[in-house]
Design a protein around this ligand. Structure first.
Ligand SMILES: N[C@@H](CCC(=O)N[C@@H](CS)C(=O)NCC(=O)O)C(=O)O
Length: 221
């Protein structure tokens, strides 16, 4: 199984925490069957600001990876989850459809996730935790409405397509499932979006995806 702690020279380091953006990458690594080791960056303890981590992730956010076998066999680090997914898809040739139309669709829905279906539910997660009702009300309405609108856009896409890129599962699905996984936290009932619900159940039922969500991304003990 990948995700195990032992290292080999070709083991990719995953620096992450148990959040949607972290899970996208553990899911992709598992689905691609790449050996990797987990390095928990506890963002609740400020570890994302450690100078050593900032060297590989200058924006101070998880996830990041270090691939000891990067271009020309040299080590390379990658930050930003969308860039990491594309890097891994190009490295393996997996979940990166060759068909030109499906390839474009993969990029579209990956960018849709990075620009919208991540930042918007992320704001819901922020405002929902506030206790002051005045601070909470406007932000929650604005970002919940927008989050539901994004679910409706996805529902429409999935009404005519099995996966976001079409017939094939792609890195766009891994990006989106990381955030859809948190639908209880942003208070969206997937039953309101039946095509998203069908897709979500199918993606979550994949053994590789299940392993990606099960791997420990928090310190235990
Ligand atoms: N656009 C970035 C967003 C990464 C991000 O927001 N990471 C959060 C956890 S999901 C984080 O590290 N937060 C810590 C902080 O903001 O200090 C990506 O997709 O990689």
């Amino acid at each position: 199984m990948s995700g195990r702690p032992e290292r080999s020279p070709l083991t990719i380091q995953l620096h992450a925490f148990d959040t949607p953006n972290g899970r996208k990458i553990s899911v992709a690594l598992e689905e691609m069957g790449l050996p990797y080791s987990v390095h928990v960056v506890d963002i609740t303890q400020g570890e994302q600001f450690d100078p050593a981590f900032l060297k590989i992730s200058p924006n101070g956010k998880i996830p990041a990876i270090v691939d000891p076998a990067g271009p020309d066999g040299q080590p390379i680090s990658v930050f930003e989850s969308g860039a990491i997914l594309i890097y891994l898809a190009e490295k393996t040739g997996m979940f990166w459809p060759a068909d030109p139309a499906a390839h474009v669709a993969t990029m579209e829905w990956l960018m849709f996730q990075m620009g919208g279906f991540g930042p918007m539910p992320g704001q819901v997660h922020h405002f929902i935790a506030l206790t002051d009702e005045t601070d909470r009300r406007y932000g929650l309405k604005r970002f919940m409405d927008e989050t539901r609108r994004l679910y409706a856009v996805m529902n429409q896409r999935l009404s005519a397509n099995e996966f976001f890129a079409g017939k094939e599962i792609s890195i766009a699905d891994f990006a989106i499932v990381g955030w859809a996984w948190r639908h209880p936290r942003h208070k969206v009932d997937l039953a309101d979006f039946p095509h998203v619900q069908r897709w979500y159940q199918a993606v979550m039922a994949r053994p590789g995806v299940a392993r990606g969500f099960a791997v420990a991304l928090r310190q235990t003990g």
